[in-house]
Design a protein around this ligand. Structure first.
Ligand SMILES: Cc1cc2nc3c(=O)[nH]c(=O)nc-3n(C[C@H](O)[C@H](O)[C@H](O)COP(=O)(O)OP(=O)(O)OC[C@H]3O[C@@H](n4cnc5c(N)ncnc54)[C@H](O)[C@@H]3O)c2cc1C
Length: 429
């Protein structure tokens, strides 16, 4: 009888690039900028500020890169949840256009950064196929594509059912949209390289250092941490889904959700390629969707989704059955890793870059932060550097969530509602 492998409960990515402690310097008494959170957002802000010669300190209550930045799927989406139709209704045509174009700009900026800094993070611009799981789903994709073209001239490439096998060998999808600008990276290699770059440029990173509170002292901030006090001219909060009770203003405006992934054991390049002929990345046109991709060496498949039940669920089993729904022929394979992390949603599902009482907050990427977080970190730094060209997202206000103190008790109810919507789409032919 075949022996079942023990599943490793840590990101597949960490076998190549596990976050490590950074050698600690003496605790400084002052800085130009203190950044809380050493993921893509905080590190990117630091890199931009260091290039302008400022003294920058990053603190992280775990170790640098411990959060979502070393755990994600590495799909360089740069998309936002609301459709262009919804954006237009809310913000009018001009701002909607700027928001959508900024996604392309941000993605391109990530690719340029990787190239310029010669970062080895397995970047492949191999596109993303977002599959429709019903005729109604495909019809909706076509309607949105038509609207997007008519209003802001964006072309979405619709894939008809007969062409689906060019992208994926699965009966689950009746068509979809393909975006050739999206790609994939090795997320943990990217964050590790960013940490090395920050240190190389003279930035100070303090692991196991928790932000406790900050107070205004004239034009400066007194920032209290478990390591001591530091005075700083500026403060950037880059804690995203890991925002804790020490940062109540932000915590009460974000809804954290678990996103989790599994990796298959090696199934071989040929088998992966037979299922994903173009070795692209994938998503689904559903509320509660799976995202999946080949591993950078093309020998495994990695698949992720949101945790939809918070009690008595075996998450590895659930993700494996999701994988088998897509590729039933993989019923003989084993899973090597299961892991999870947190993503977070503002109530309007629009990523946020805001200044409140002099503090800059960049957060709320709705599970699509590989591109956005690095970009928002850079844009946060540019606010301090007084760049004239602000992000189109700058100061789009956070909507308050009534009676919410940061404990997302209503997530299971919201998930039920989204499930029903998905069921409705899938049941209409
Ligand atoms: C399983 C998973 C899959 C994903 N897949 C994708 C994908 O394929 N494509 C995509 O675009 N996005 C994806 N994402 C989202 C993406 O990873 C995140 O949006 C992005 O990494 C956020 O980066 P960040 O720097 O803002 O936050 P993080 O990397 O989460 O860093 C925040 C840091 O803040 C620290 N912190 C919190 N509170 C304090 C405090 N009080 N004091 C000091 N430090 C503190 C934490 O320790 C943490 O290290 C995924 C996320 C997960 C979890």
């Amino acid at each position: 009888m075949q022996k079942t492998l023990k599943i490793k409960n840590e990101p597949y990515w960490w076998s190549d690039a596990k976050p490590e402690f950074v050698a600690q310097e003496e605790w400084p008494s002052n800085a130009d900028v203190v950044i809380v959170g050493a993921g893509y957002t905080g590190l990117s802000a630091a890199l931009t500020l260091l290039d302008s010669g400022l003294k920058v300190i990053i603190i992280d209550k775990e170790i640098a890169g411990f959060g979502a930045s070393s755990r994600n799927g590495g799909i360089t989406s740069g998309k936002i949840k609301p459709s262009i139709r919804e954006l237009k209704a809310k913000f009018g045509l001009d701002l909607s256009k700027q928001i959508v174009e900024e996604g392309d700009l941000a993605r391109k900026d990530l690719y340029d950064f990787i190239e310029k800094e010669k970062i080895d993070c397995d970047l492949k611009i191999n596109g993303m196929f977002v599959g429709a799981t019903s005729k109604k789903g495909l019809e909706n994709q076509k309607k949105e594509a038509d609207f997007n073209f008519r209003t802001i001239g964006i072309e979405n490439k619709i894939i008809e059912k007969k062409d689906v096998p060019n992208f994926i060998e699965s009966n689950k999808y009746v068509g979809g949209i393909f975006d050739d600008k999206i790609g994939s990276i090795h997320p943990a290699k990217l964050v590790k390289s960013m940490i090395h770059l920050v240190l190389k440029k003279g930035g100070l990173i303090f692991d196991k250092t928790t932000f406790k509170k900050s107070e205004r002292n004239g034009k400066k901030f007194n920032i209290l941490t478990n390591k001591g006090l530091v005075k700083s001219n500026h403060l950037i909060i880059a804690t995203n889904a890991y925002t804790d009770k020490n940062i109540p203003w932000l915590r009460k405006k974000l809804i954290p959700v678990i996103s989790e992934m599994i990796s298959t054991c090696e199934i071989g390049n040929n088998r992966v390629k037979s299922l994903m002929p173009k070795l692209t990345t994938f998503g689904e046109a559903l509320n509660l969707f799976y995202y999946f991709r080949p591993s950078p060496d093309g020998k495994r498949i990695l698949i992720g989704g949101r945790r939809v039940r918070y009690n008595n669920e075996n998450p590895t089993k659930k993700l494996k059955s999701g994988l088998l729904e897509i590729f039933p022929g993989l019923n003989d394979i084993e899973i090597s890793n299961h892991w999870y992390g947190f993503v977070t949603f503002p109530v309007d599902q629009i990523p946020k870059l805001v200044m409140h009482e002099g503090i800059i907050y960049a957060a709320g990427y709705c599970g699509s932060g590989t591109v956005w977080s690095r970009w928002f970190g850079k844009k946060a730094a540019e606010i301090i550097l007084n760049f004239e060209q602000k992000s189109a997202f700058y100061n789009i206000p956070f909507r308050k969530i009534p009676f919410y103190n940061g404990y997302p008790w209503f997530v299971p109810v919201a998930i039920k509602y989204f499930k029903m919507q998905d069921w409705w789409i899938n049941s209409r032919e």
